[in-house]
Design a protein around this ligand. Structure first.
Ligand SMILES: [Zn+2]
Length: 281
């Protein structure tokens, strides 16, 4: 039933008229222009796919589902635009909300790191993280170290480095905007601290469970899907999701017949894979 990677696309930052997106997102290939996104959707629709729910896209091989990660401010603008363009049903798109960034102003994830680097030198941060080799002091290596940190270590980083809280605050959807978005489209959980949940597992369990409860209360609807931060998951994390009452776990790589390891196509990074699979379809 879940053999092939389903046609679920994954979107991060979107260049709309009102968005101001910092350089690191462009450098790391995480930005798509809204018109280019629509063009890609149209190409997929011209193939055998039509819009569908997440479940439909997983269980049948002819539905396209669109997912948006990290709750960036411009996602609400894009949601309205897509609704207008295609008259999409509520269940046809899912927005993954990280409640630390959107509801608690407890900023974390690579967004925090990009902000820190813009206010300090990357070398200072590398030093702090004990990355002493000059050749390893780059954003990719730093990321691999940082996402494995515990919640208290993330807090210490924030206490040790200058970062612009206002910029971060304006970068994510706030509580009211998440509520507004939840009336247009499906909301799914993206955890609290945007870290690799395979580490510090007693905290992972709480993050997976608590983020669901918070979003359910806020949006007044069941939250059935967990989207793994940085796509990182393992068997124990799948079990945590199952125990917390989630029906699906979204990743990037796909495992056949596992509802807790559903693959997706990144609109920027997996575009070659996407067009190859479209041609095979
Ligand atoms: Zn994310």
């Amino acid at each position: 039933m879940y053999l092939k990677k389903p046609m679920i696309i994954m979107v991060h930052r979107i260049e709309c008229n009102d968005s101001s997106i910092n350089d690191p997102y462009y450098q790391r290939n995480l930005v798509v222009k809204i018109d280019d996104l629509i063009e890609i959707i149209n190409i997929i629709l011209k193939s055998k796919y039509s819009f569908g729910t997440l479940k439909q896209s997983i269980e049948t091989n002819n539905h396209l589902h669109i997912t948006f990660d990290d709750g960036y401010k411009e996602h609400l603008t894009a949601a309205k635009k897509l609704k207008k363009e295609y008259g999409l049903k509520k269940e046809y798109c899912s927005f993954a909300i990280n409640i630390g960034n959107s509801l608690f102003s407890e900023f974390s994830g690579m967004d925090l790191i990009y902000n820190i680097i813009q206010n300090n030198s990357i070398e200072e941060l590398c030093n702090y993280l004990s990355i002493y080799h000059q050749k390893n002091c780059n954003i990719e290596f730093l990321k691999e170290i940082y996402i494995k940190k515990s919640i208290s270590e993330i807090k210490s980083i924030k206490n040790s480095f200058k970062f612009d809280k206002e910029i971060l605050k304006n970068q994510f959807l706030n509580k009211q905007e998440v509520i507004e978005l939840s009336k247009l489209f499906n909301i799914i959980s993206h955890g609290i601290y945007h870290r690799d949940l395979r580490y510090h597992k007693s905290f992972s369990q709480r993050e997976i469970f608590n983020s669901k409860k918070h979003l359910e209360q806020l949006c007044n609807q069941p939250i059935d899907v967990f989207c793994y931060p940085e796509g990182k998951n393992d068997e124990e994390v799948w079990q945590m999701c199952k125990d917390s009452g989630y029906k699906f776990g979204l990743s990037i790589n796909h495992a056949p017949n596992n509802p807790y390891k559903i693959g997706r196509y990144c609109i920027n990074r997996n575009i070659a894979e996407l067009s190859r699979d479209l041609n095979d379809a």
